[in-house]
Design a protein around this ligand. Structure first.
Ligand SMILES: Nc1ncnc2c1ncn2[C@@H]1O[C@H](COP(=O)(O)OP(=O)(O)O)[C@@H](O)[C@H]1O
Ligand SMILES: [Mg+2]
Length: 202
């Protein structure tokens, strides 16, 4: 069992008030956990702390009682806007394979067509791009996925398909998923338990 743990996390951006205050949180890799909160309450900030994109916070983020140091990060962040974190001059094959080489079976499971490989990010729809970014984060060394509003911009049908594919693989491979959303109904439907960010602040 792998445990992701945040201990006494506090943080403020240089300009402003404290956004996260003494937060304790933990989950294991066999759970799908929801993180719910009002807009602007610090959900994305917390995601960046969990995945090491923000470093100047107080407290500790641990996986199996250790802080991440070098090499592949087993705690992967997926964003709401995948196009913002993809190199627009790389084709999809290069973008995907920079992380790993999924089998044809997994490509099928995600509804990814090989003919899309030669396209650039600007030549795919939002849903298609998000499938690539999820797949990229499913590198075999990944233990936790932090999914920050990843289907908020997509239509209802695409939303269902994407969660179905992602959660099936996560359960099979025992990858813990933190599903961050302001959509309470979505969280009720797909997670094992949900925490409210406001309740974690002390
Ligand atoms: N880079 C930044 N610099 C300063 N303030 C920021 C930055 N990013 C976000 N904030 C502020 O921090 C607060 C929390 O933002 P965020 O974590 O994005 O909330 P959420 O994801 O819950 O909507 C907001 O008030 C936002 O304006
Ligand atoms: Mg956010």
């Amino acid at each position: 069992m792998n445990i992701l743990q945040a201990e006494k996390i506090s943080f403020k951006y240089s300009s402003g008030r404290e956004i996260l205050s003494n937060i304790d949180f933990s989950m294991n890799n066999e759970e799908i956990v929801g993180l719910y909160g009002d807009s602007g309450s610090g959900k994305s900030t917390f995601c960046k702390i969990l995945t090491g994109f923000i470093k100047n916070y107080d407290g500790r983020v641990l996986m199996n009682n250790k802080q991440h140091e070098k090499g592949y990060n087993p705690i992967q962040l997926i964003y709401q806007h995948p196009e913002k974190v993809m190199n627009p001059r790389w084709n999809m094959e290069r973008i995907l394979k920079e992380s790993w080489m999924p089998s044809n079976e997994i490509l099928d499971q995600f509804g990814i067509k090989k003919e899309w490989y030669k396209r650039y990010p600007s030549e795919l729809s939002g849903g298609e791009l998000q499938r690539f970014s999820i797949l990229r984060s499913l590198n075999p060394n990944t233990r936790f996925i932090i999914a920050d509003e990843i289907t908020t911009m997509l239509d209802a049908v695409t939303q269902v398909q994407i969660w179905d594919s992602l959660l099936t693989i996560a359960r099979q491979n025992k990858i813990g998923v933190l599903v961050v959303s302001h959509d309470h109904k979505l969280l009720e439907r797909i997670t094992d338990r949900t925490v409210f960010l406001g309740d974690l602040n002390k």
